[in-house]
Design a protein around this ligand. Structure first.
Ligand code: 1CP
Length: 347
């Protein structure tokens, strides 16, 4: 069918997103740049995470670290999903256990007081970092842009931090749904320009991270998460750049996600790939699903589990290899290396 590796990494990735035949399953890993890499720790030492996110040259350097270390060929811009929240007026800090917003948004007046922002003026760093990363990689290697989905960003803005039960968000959802809808609407409007700037800077594809929508019942997913992701996808469609929709905890809403307009569904590790494939049919490609904890043991285990995951997907068409959620910070880099090599050696 194909001689080994006749496609450029960019063409291979775009073809997989379009469910066209490829010479090898393309691979990237969510959170492939970050704290598990000593090279990242070295750049991060002596500066805050936000300072790093606002230094485009350093973002480029960090985004390239896993490309160099593991022979990965797809980069993701180095940034964070919460930069747009800051641009809308949230007082954002990052500490040891993640992001904190010191002025959480809990009522309608606070939603109304948020700012609409122009990304190029208020938060230009992700697009600048993306352009620098794309220039360093050259035209044959893809770079992915990203944003948080409206629902996940709303959760952070309402909770002010990571959460187990999302009490404040759920209180608003049940007690003042129109306030939550207003916040989601405003986030969606603001994210369009934020993502468009990354596309203009050279993004090959865009991933929308709905890391927290798995906390919703199916009915609430359909009411509060899906319509806003779908609207965002629709408003980006004219750019002809594949959109990847990731929902963590998506098993109960896969059939709904298929209808978002995104070309690729990114699924978590709890979904059976064969079930996801049958729901996706010929409508969308599938990404993800490898359990990130399968990279915590040894390189041999990482290699074995990677092969099992590839087998579970069956034929390679319409498959982008990835994890079901982000790489954990305790992951030995040699396990990541073994995983990437196993995908690249698969036929
Ligand atoms: O201390 C540090 O150095 C910061 C650690 C860190 C890093 C490396 C954070 C804080 N964010 C990031 C980078 C990041 N975040 C990237 C680019 C890196 C890459 O993928 O190679 C991306 C795509 C994100 C996206 C992101 N941020 C998500 C969605 C992905 C997911 O895992 O579901 C989420 C939920 C965030 C919020 C966030 N930012 C940082 C942390 C530790 C978290 C999660 C905290 C929580 O669970 O509440």
């Amino acid at each position: 069918m194909w001689d080994r590796r006749t496609l450029s990494p960019r063409e291979r990735f775009l073809r997989a997103c379009r469910r066209e035949p490829v010479d090898q399953v393309p691979v990237w890993l969510m959170r492939q740049a970050g704290r598990y890499m000593p090279e990242y720790q070295a750049v991060r030492a002596g500066r805050s995470f936000l300072e790093l996110c606002k230094s485009p040259e350093l973002c480029r350097d960090v985004a390239l670290q896993p490309i160099r270390a593991f022979g990965l060929e797809i980069a993701i811009v180095f940034s964070d999903i919460l930069l747009p929240a800051e641009a809308m007026g949230c007082d954002l800090v990052f500490d040891e256990d993640g992001p904190k917003i010191r002025n959480p948004v809990r009522d309608r007046a606070q939603v109304e007081a948020l700012r609409d922002f122009d990304a190029a003026a208020a938060t230009p760093w992700p697009a600048q970092a993306l352009a620098l990363t794309a220039a360093a990689l050259g035209p044959d290697r893809p770079v992915i842009g990203f944003c948080g989905a409206p629902f996940t960003l709303a959760c952070y803005m309402i909770e002010g931090r990571g959460s187990r039960n999302y009490e404040n968000t759920k209180r608003m959802l049940y007690g003042a749904p129109e306030t939550l809808h207003l916040l989601l609407e405003r986030l969606t409007d603001n994210l369009v320009g934020y993502v468009e700037d990354q596309i203009a800077a050279g993004a090959t594809a865009v991933q929308i991270f709905d890391s927290w929508a798995g906390c919703l019942t199916r009915e609430d997913y359909i009411a509060f998460a899906h319509p806003y992701t779908k609207k965002l996808v629709q408003r980006l469609a004219r750019h002809d750049v594949p959109i990847i929709s990731f929902v963590n905890g998506c098993a109960h809403v896969l059939d709904v996600m298929v209808d978002s307009g995104a070309q690729v569904l990114s699924i978590d590790e709890c979904v059976d790939p064969a079930i996801a494939r049958s729901i996706a049919g010929d409508k969308v490609a599938i990404q993800g699903n490898m359990d990130p904890t399968a990279l915590l043991a040894t390189p041999a285990v990482a290699e074995r589990e990677t092969r099992k995951n590839l087998e579970a997907f069956g034929h390679g068409r319409g498959h982008v290899f990835n994890l079901g959620s982000g790489i954990l910070k305790w992951t030995p880099p040699e396990c990541v290396h073994a995983c990437v090599k196993a995908v690249q050696g698969w036929s």
